[in-house]
Design a binder for this molecule. Structure first.
Ligand code: NAP
Length: 526
């Protein structure tokens, strides 16, 4: 059985407990783990309690012992409450029982002069010297021989004197202080590392923000470009439509030009009127309507004889037609229709030259409108008698071929117009219609057909209406305004009717007067 502890020993143990609790409190204030020595403290508290119980059980044997137990019990109770965290240390627990320990108590209660550091750390990338210091500190803290330990192996203190125990605990506390300082420095370095990491993160964040704004800018640029591309695509779609239309128009124009230049076979252009090789005589064929009638029959393959008074005009026409219709198909002669003998000779000559006469077209007019005897005489001799001479000279030949007689009259032969002031033009044109109808009736049995074509206003630049347009513009405008079709006729539109009447396609048409006037005539023709 061991001897009970003396009050002095228990007082020293109480002082060490106070020191341990003060260190524990200091560790808490530094933000370090404060419960590493809790096992030792708890064990010391238990030893103190046991020692006090032994002294209390022997308290009656010695007054000295009884006087020392009471304050020790108070200190124990206070230490117990402080350890369990229910009350702050009192003055009694912060003062040593042994004045020699006063310096140790003050050191244990001291607080760092600098403000308590935050637990945050700064990040550091390349500080090799500081890394070496940290490594050394860690080695010192955690090495087996002298490193920091949560449960330091305390030597057996039962055989130690109070001074030795005090020295031992003082050494332990110094070591702990050094370790805590080292740990504080390491924590400081970690804090610096954390701050550096924070700065780096801030910079990275700024970079990311810049990159993000750049991406947004480029995205908006791309969106604008996409919209522009869409607009261009839509416009190009519209443009392509116009381009396609333009190309089609060009192709159409090329086709029209090609078609105009292509000399299609005659059979492609005609109604197959059967006029090939027919011999046709036309008076007044160097100008105007007569010139178109000549060409139309030539187009049908006929052999055409034509005449006019002017030898020069005849020669010029011959040259042109010989070029356009090679093969001596168009033959002109200078003949005045008012001269019956001349007409007879020309007709006989034509029949002799071409072997037959199939069609005659009496086209010449004096275009006499004046109301004077000469005009009346001219009109009569040219329009009326010129037609009669031509018919009389050709009839023997026409009887042989069951030929055709076509006379050219005018709307003026059946309406009262500007030529009727009065004057000879209308009356003789009317007489021609009547005469032609007689011929149709008289010679129908012989197979001879006779018809009249009555033109309306036919515009030819070097013809009658071209001359009126230049010399009498008011009359020209007024006459133009009278045309319900809005225009005057073309000479080929008269020639086409003549060609049709001369063909077998019009085999039952005889004694007719065909109006070709664009509805200029207002009278009803029965
Ligand atoms: N143009 C019209 O708007 C129109 C309207 C209704 C009816 N017409 C009738 O259509 C026929 C032709 O008229 P147009 O306008 O074509 O006439 P045009 O242009 O004056 O041509 C008349 C042609 O007949 C010739 N000629 C004139 N007198 C002649 C004569 N005594 N003997 C032989 N040849 C003669 C002319 O040549 P030379 O001078 O060298 O002889 C010329 O080749 C006429 O009967 C006319 O009454 C015409």
């Amino acid at each position: 059985m061991t001897a009970p502890a003396t009050p002095q020993q228990l007082l020293l143990l109480a002082d060490h407990l106070k020191l341990s609790l003060l260190e524990r409190q200091r560790a808490k204030s530094l933000g370090l783990e404060a419960d590493k020595q809790d096992g030792t403290i708890s064990q010391s508290l238990q030893s103190l309690d046991q020692g006090l119980q032994q002294l209390e059980s022997h308290g009656s044997q010695s007054d000295e012992a009884a006087n020392g137990v009471v304050p020790l019990r108070k200190q124990y109770n206070e230490l117990y409450r402080q350890y369990h965290g229910t009350a702050p240390p009192s003055v009694a627990t912060s003062k040593p029982n042994d004045p020699a320990l006063q310096a140790d108590f003050e050191a244990a209660q001291s607080r760092p002069s600098q403000p308590r550091r935050s637990k945050s750390v700064r990040f550091r990338d390349n500080d090799d010297a500081e890394d070496a210091v940290d490594t050394a500190n860690r080695a010192a803290l955690f090495s087996e021989q002298q490193g920091y330990s949560d449960e330091p192996s305390a030597p057996d203190q039962t055989d130690l004197s109070n001074q030795q125990i005090h020295t031992y605990h003082k050494q332990v506390l110094q070591d702990q202080d050094e370790q805590l300082n080292t740990l504080g420095q390491s924590i400081g370095r970690q804090r610096m590392l954390g701050i550096q990491m924070g700065d780096e993160l801030d910079e990275q964040n700024e970079l990311l923000t810049d990159v993000e704004s750049g991406v947004d800018r480029h995205q908006s640029i791309l969106d604008r470009a996409r919209r522009r591309l869409g607009n261009v695509a839509r416009k190009s779609k519209g443009n392509w439509s116009w381009i396609t239309i333009g190309i089609l128009i060009c192709v159409l124009l090329l086709l029209i030009i090609c078609c105009q230049n292509i000399q299609l076979p005659r059979s492609e252009l005609t109604m197959h009127l059967g006029l090939e090789g027919k011999v046709v005589l036309i008076t007044g064929g160097t100008k105007g309507i007569g010139r178109s009638i000549v060409k139309s029959f030539l187009d049908e393959g006929a052999i055409v004889h034509f005449c006019s008074r002017s030898q020069d005009n005849v020669k010029a026409s011959n040259d042109k037609l010989a070029e356009a219709y090679p093969g001596n198909k168009a033959i002109g002669a200078a003949v005045d229709v008012t001269n019956a003998e001349s007409i007879k000779e020309w007709v006989t000559s034509c029949a002799s030259q071409s072997g037959r006469i199939d069609v005659i077209v009496a086209n010449v007019s004096a275009l006499a409108t004046e109301n004077d005897p000469a005009a009346w005489q001219n009109g009569f001799q040219t329009d009326m008698m010129g037609t009669v001479h031509m018919v009389n000279a050709a009839l023997p030949h026409l009887e042989k071929t069951k030929g055709n007689i076509i006379t050219i009259s005018s709307v003026s032969g059946r309406i009262i117009d500007f030529t009727s002031q009065p004057g000879p033009y209308g009356p003789f044109k009317a007489a021609i219609i009547h005469y032609t109808c007689q011929l149709a009736h008289v010679h129908a049995a012989k197979g001879i057909r006779a018809n009249t074509v009555s033109p309306g206003n036919i515009y030819i630049e070097d013809g009658v209406w071209g001359d009126i347009e230049r010399r009498l513009p008011d009359l020209f405008k007024a006459s133009m305004a009278q045309n319900p079709s809005g225009r005057m006729g073309k000479p080929e539109e008269i020639a086409n009717v003549c060609v049709f009447l001369a063909s077998d396609k019009a085999g039952f048409v005889t004694g007719s007067n065909i109006l070709v006037d664009g509805a200029l005539s207002t009278g009803v023709q029965f």
